[in-house]
Design a protein around this ligand. Structure first.
Ligand SMILES: [Zn+2]
Length: 480
């Protein structure tokens, strides 16, 4: 009798996510796991696919997202699925949708408005959020961090100061409960108003439960420009004093006079990696994006507005054109647009390429799914790394590109049996055309699905078929 499986993918070029060289093979799925990898000529399956000429990789893991609210309820997460992403890490930059044990101030203090909780800030405990995720699963998997900015808003009436001893204790307890409920780490956004007022001692105390829970610390550092070395040292100190891994989020150098300094920062990171666990992620673009901040406009050669509550019709406009159209000063225009979001052209190609090519760097989109005219990284990151950077520029081989978005990421975040193609691993898989994969999202037309992604499976279920969603929602809440 021929062996029989649920799914059989025949004749693929397999890139297994470990960084090892590609090989030709068949992959069989049974239930939610990979059952066999190899030559399965005599085998049969309910669903068989001819994958000749295509690459089969582990589903991509987005190391840095703000997808907290779009996972719910039963989210399709199309910008990610269409690129072959099967797992996202949410709750970044100090912003998580939970826990929010009290009524949140209105308007929501930035940068929490980045994650724009649909249906409101209704998850009093982190476990409430997990329960809804599990009751109405999204199309893809997620693992979540608990955000320090969220914790500050949750316990502090006035944010522009260090937390009191009592407030620190309350935040630490909330972090502890969230980790107990399955969060995999704590994130900070120390560049933003609520987090900025926190001294390192506050951060270390709030992160203290990470030790017992084997969690990690992810940080949007206090400074990514002139004072970046101080911020790196601060990050290393948090990790070293608690004996926990740290992840430097969206590593970049902003401001023209800092361009080229990635040589220095990567040297420092490589050096510190010999004595403590240091990870980093990066998105493949030379423009950043966040809420509209006057000081950030200063660092950019060009600023585009992604959304505005103050003057919604300017979404998608260049700030310079808005200034002319309004007939006011730049500061006047910024004030009228608020609250708002923006894209800032403020990095160099040289730094982005050097950081992306650095062996330890993971790929994370930092996409902002609630923005009206989002930065193209939301829909384009993974296709751009595979197409533009690996294939077209030859910055690194395909095997290394895939490792940076699969095996490396799963290892760093402790996602067991994910990010790799091998027998008994979860059947999160992406089948794509290595010659045709490309981002189509641009700054002017940002909400466009990537080209070249053929099929995507999550926990053994097909979620993306050619150019459309299958409608399946097999995503799981992952913990470690
Ligand atoms: Zn950030």
């Amino acid at each position: 009798m021929a062996q029989s499986f649920d799914v059989l993918i025949r004749g693929a070029t397999v890139v297994d996510g470990t960084g090892a060289p590609r090989f030709a093979g068949d992959v069989a799925i049974q239930g939610d796991r990979i059952a066999r990898v190899g030559s399965l000529d005599g085998a049969r399956a309910k669903h068989e696919y001819d994958a000749r000429g295509l690459v089969l990789a582990p589903g991509f893991i987005d190391a840095h997202t703000h997808d907290d609210s779009v996972m719910l309820p039963g989210g399709d997460v199309t910008p990610k699925v269409s690129q072959g992403v099967t797992t996202v890490i949410g709750g970044n930059c100090g912003c998580s949708i939970a826990p929010m044990p009290r009524a949140i101030p209105n308007p929501v203090p930035p940068p929490l408005d980045l994650i724009a909780a649909r249906g409101g800030w209704i998850y009093r405990r982190f476990s409430d959020y997990v329960r809804v995720l599990e009751a109405t699963p999204p199309a893809i998997n997620c693992a979540m961090l608990v955000g320090h900015n969220t914790l500050r808003v949750a316990v502090m009436a006035k944010l522009q100061r260090p937390a009191s001893e009592k407030e620190v204790r309350l935040m630490r307890d909330l972090a502890d409960q969230s980790l107990e409920a399955g969060a995999i780490g704590v994130s900070t956004g120390l560049a933003y108003a609520p987090g900025r007022c926190a001294p390192i001692e506050e951060v270390i105390e709030v992160c203290e439960p990470l030790r017992d829970h084997h969690g990690l610390y992810c940080t949007h550092m206090r400074n990514e420009g002139d004072d970046i070395v101080d911020s790196l040292e601060e990050t290393f100190r948090v990790g070293a004093s608690l004996g926990i891994p740290v992840n430097i989020s969206h590593h970049k150098l902003i401001g023209v006079h800092n361009h080229g300094r990635s040589k220095e920062t990567l040297g420092l990171i490589a050096d510190r990696m010999t004595s403590q666990a240091v990870y980093l992620d990066c998105y493949p673009y030379t423009a950043s994006s966040t809420v509209l901040l006057p000081e950030r406009v200063e660092t950019a050669s060009r600023t585009l507005i992604t959304w505005s509550k103050g003057a919604p019709r300017y979404a998608g406009w260049d700030l310079a054109d808005i200034v002319a159209d309004m007939g006011v000063t730049r500061d006047g225009a910024i004030a009228r647009l608020q609250p708002a979001g923006a894209v800032y052209h403020n990095m160099s190609d040289e730094d982005v390429e050097r950081i992306l090519a650095f062996d330890a760097t993971m790929v994370g989109s930092d996409g902002l799914p609630n923005d009206e005219r989002p930065h193209p990284r939301l829909w384009g990151t993974f296709a751009r790394v595979l197409g533009h950077y690996s294939r077209d520029l030859g910055l690194f081989p395909l095997e290394k590109a895939i490792h940076k978005m699969t095996g490396l990421t799963a290892g760093n975040f402790g996602l067991i049996d994910r990010g790799v193609i091998r027998e008994d691993a979860f059947a999160d898989l992406t089948l794509f055309d290595a010659g045709g994969v490309a981002e189509t999202a641009t700054y002017t037309n940002p909400s466009q699905r990537a080209a070249g992604v053929c099929k995507v499976w999550v926990n053994g279920d097909l979620v993306w078929d050619g150019d459309r969603l299958s409608g399946a929602h097999p995503g799981r809440f992952l913990t470690h």
